[in-house]
Write a protein that binds this ligand. Structure first.
Ligand SMILES: Nc1ncnc2c1ncn2[C@@H]1O[C@H](COP(=O)(O)OP(=O)(O)OP(=O)(O)O)[C@@H](O)[C@H]1O
Length: 542
C-alpha cells in the first residue's frame, strides 16, 4: 500500500502559483474598471486608469534598463505616485525601497548606497534632501521628479518629470509575475527609534499574506474608503496599499497628518477605514469640537506602533470611531497580532472594554505562531497575566532578513523564532499584553516598572495631552520613573506635585514618577515618541 503522500501528486503549473500582491490590481481593474481607485484633492482615478499608470511606470522603468532584483527608492508622501510604486516597481521584479521622508540627506544617502538604488522617485517637498543625498553617491541613480499639484512648492529634483516618464511607458505593458514568491518585493529601513537603521527585506508571499491578513482581522468588506493617515513609507503602509486594492477600495491620499483635514476628509468622502499610531487618534480627540461635528457614519480605525492608552481607546470609541488594536514591527510587514474582539465583551462598561482592547492580543490568521517566553531558555512563560517575557513571532510574514547583515539576521532568528525585543505578559485566555520594550523598561530598586502602565495612568489625568515615561538614573534606586508631559492647551496651572499626587491614587508607590517635566514630546515621522531622546534628557537632569 502506498500512502496518498506517495502518489506523485506533485505541484504543477495548473495547481501551484506564486503568491504576490501585485496580482490584486489586475483582478480589481478587470472586475471594477470604473470604480474610484485613488483620490487626491482634485485628482481622481478609476481602477482602469490606476492599473494603466502602474503598467506605464513598470514599462518606463524597464525601458531605462531597470529590472529584476534592482532597487527603486521612493521619497514620497501619501500621494498617487506612492500607490502606483507599490505595483509598478514589483511588476518588473524590482524591489521598492520606501524612504522615510523625515530623514536628513546623510541618512538618505546611506540608504540609497546600502540598498544600491538604481532609480529614485522623489516629491519636490524633499527635493533639497534628495539632491544633497545624491551628491554624496558614487553611482548616481536615475532621478524622477514628482511635482504634485496639491503641493506646488519645493525643489525640483531632476528634469525628468514623473508624468512625462509615465508617458514613456506602454499602458498595455505585459508585466511578469515573479518566478519565485520568495523574491524580494520591498526594502524597508527600520525607522530609527533605536538610532541604527537596518534594511528589512520583504518577499512577495509575505506581502500577499499580510495584505489578506489585514482584511480578515478587520472583516473589511468590498469597496472600503480608506484614508491614508498612516505613512505608506512605514512597512509599506502595513501592507494596506495591497489590501485596499484587493478589496477594490478607494485610496484617499493625504500628504501630512493634520487632524482638521483628516476629519474633513472623513466627512467629505465618507471614509470607512483608516490606520495610525495612537497619537494620531489622540490628535483627532483633541481637535476642535466644530471639526469633529457632522460625522455620523461608521468609521473604523486600526491602531499600532505604540501601546494605545485605554483612556484614548475609550474616548475615540465614544466619539464614534471603532478601534481595532493590532501589534507588529517593521520586521513582520507591519501588524501581525490583533486584540480579536468577542461579543461577550460588548456589554461591559466602556472603561473595562477599553482595558481589554488595550491588549495586543493573538496572532493574525496569516502568522504561524506567537510566544511570550524567556529570552535565554526560549521556554514559554506561564499564562498568568503576571510573568514578563519577550514576544517571539514566527511564520510566513516574518521578513527574509536584514540586507547585507547576516549577523543581525541570525541574531534576530535565534532559536527558530523572531525576537521582537518587546516585553509582555501572557493572559490565561492566550492574549498577550505588552508591558514595555526591552530597552525602555525601568528597573527601580530591583523591581520592574512598565513605562506603559505609568503612561496609562498619566493619560487618565484630565489635563494631560501626551505623556511618556523613561528611566532616570538614580544613585539609590538605580533608576526611577521620569515623566515627560504635554498639557492640553486649556489645562491651566498644573504642577509636578499635582501629577505625582494623581499617580499615587492610581499606581503602586514605587511606580509613581519621581520627576515630572512639562514639555513638547519629540516624535518620529510615524508619530512615535522618541524615548531615546527623552532618556538622554532624563540622564542630563541627573
Ligand atoms: N500595539 C502596540 N502596542 C505596543 N507597542 C507597539 C504596538 N505596535 C507596535 N509597537 C511597538 O513598536 C515597535 C515596532 O516599531 P517599528 O518596527 O516601527 O520600529 P521603531 O521602533 O519605530 O524603530 P527601531 O526598530 O529602529 O527602533 C514594536 O517593537 C513595539 O515596541
Amino acid at each position: 500500500m502506498t500512502s496518498i503522500f506517495e502518489q506523485g501528486l506533485a505541484p504543477v503549473d495548473a495547481n501551484y502559483a506564486v503568491q504576490s500582491p501585485i496580482d490584486f490590481i489586475e483582478r480589481t481593474a478587470s472586475v471594477y474598471p470604473e470604480f474610484p481607485s485613488v483620490i487626491h484633492g482634485a485628482i481622481r482615478y478609476t481602477w482602469a486608469e490606476t492599473y494603466e499608470r502602474c503598467r506605464r511606470l513598470a514599462s518606463a522603468l524597464a525601458g531605462r534598463g531597470i529590472g529584476k532584483g534592482d532597487t527603486v527608492a521612493v521619497m514620497l508622501p501619501n500621494i498617487p505616485a506612492m500607490v502606483e510604486s507599490h505595483f509598478g516597481v514589483p511588476m518588473i521584479g524590482a524591489v521598492l525601497n520606501t524612504l522615510n521622508v523625515r530623514l536628513d540627506a546623510e541618512a538618505i544617502a546611506f540608504m540609497l548606497e546600502h540598498g544600491e538604488a538604481k532609480a529614485v522617485i522623489a516629491d519636490r517637498e524633499f527635493g533639497e534632501v534628495i539632491r544633497d543625498a545624491i551628491r554624496h553617491l558614487e553611482h548616481k541613480p536615475l532621478v524622477i521628479d514628482v511635482n504634485d499639484p496639491e503641493y506646488g512648492e519645493g525643489v525640483q529634483v531632476s528634469d525628468l518629470d514623473y508624468e512625462a516618464f509615465l508617458q514613456e511607458g506602454d499602458p498595455q505593458f505585459q508585466w511578469q509575475f515573479p518566478d519565485n514568491e520568495w523574491n524580494a518585493i520591498s526594502l524597508n529601513y527600520t525607522s530609527g527609534t533605536t538610532g541604527n537603521p537596518k534594511g528589512v527585506v520583504y518577499h512577495h508571499r509575505g506581502a500577499y499574506l499580510n495584505a489578506l491578513g489585514n482584511q480578515t482581522v478587520w472583516s473589511m468588506g468590498m469597496h472600503p474608503v480608506y484614508l491614508w493617515t498612516l505613512p505608506m513609507f512605514h512597512c509599506n503602509g502595513w501592507c494596506f496599499p495591497w489590501t485596499v486594492t484587493a478589496m477594490a477600495g478607494t485610496h484617499i491620499c493625504l500628504r501630512r497628518v493634520d487632524p482638521e483635514k483628516i476629519l474633513q476628509l472623513i466627512r467629505d468622502h465618507q471614509v470607512t477605514h483608516m490606520c495610525g499610531a495612537p497619537i494620531v487618534l489622540n490628535a483627532l480627540l483633541n481637535a476642535p469640537a466644530a471639526a469633529k461635528a457632522g460625522i455620523d457614519h461608521e468609521v473604523k480605525s486600526m491602531t499600532a506602533g505604540a501601546a494605545p492608552p485605554a483612556q484614548v481607546i475609550g474616548a475615540v470609541e465614544e466619539m464614534g470611531i471603532q478601534v481595532t488594536h493590532v501589534y507588529g514591527l517593521t520586521e513582520v510587514y507591519g501588524p501581525v497580532t490583533v486584540c480579536a474582539w468577542k461579543s461577550e465583551w460588548d456589554e461591559l462598561p466602556l472603561d473595562q472594554r477599553a482595558r481589554i482592547k488595550a491588549r495586543q492580543g493573538v496572532r493574525y490568521h496569516t502568522l504561524a505562531g506567537t510566544m511570550v517566553g524567556d529570552p535565554n531558555t526560549m521556554e514559554p512563560v506561564p499564562r498568568d497575566g503576571k510573568t514578563i517575557g519577550e514576544i517571539f513571532l514566527r511564520g510566513n510574514t516574518v521578513m527574509k532578513g536584514y540586507l547585507k547583515n547576516p549577523t543581525a539576521t541570525e541574531e534576530a532568528f535565534r532559536g527558530g523564532w523572531f525576537h521582537t525585543g518587546d516585553l509582555a505578559v501572557w493572559h490565561e485566555d492566550g492574549y498577550m499584553e505588552i508591558k514595555d520594550r526591552l530597552k525602555d523598561i525601568i528597573i527601580s530598586g530591583g523591581e520592574n516598572i512598565s513605562t506603559i502602565e505609568v503612561e496609562d495612568a498619566l493619560y487618565r489625568h484630565p489635563a494631560v495631552l501626551e505623556a511618556a515615561v523613561v528611566a532616570r538614573p538614580d544613585e539609590k534606586w538605580g533608576e526611577t520613573p521620569c515623566a515627560f508631559i504635554t498639557l492640553k492647551p486649556e489645562a491651566g496651572e498644573v504642577t509636578e506635585d499635582d501629577i505625582i499626587a494623581f499617580c499615587r491614587e492610581h499606581l503602586a508607590r514605587f511606580k509613581v514618577p519621581k520627576t515630572v517635566v512639562f514639555t513638547d514630546l519629540p516624535k518620529t515621522s510615524t508619530g512615535k515618541i522618541q524615548k531615546f531622546v527623552l532618556r538622554g534628557q532624563a540622564k542630563e537632569l541627573s
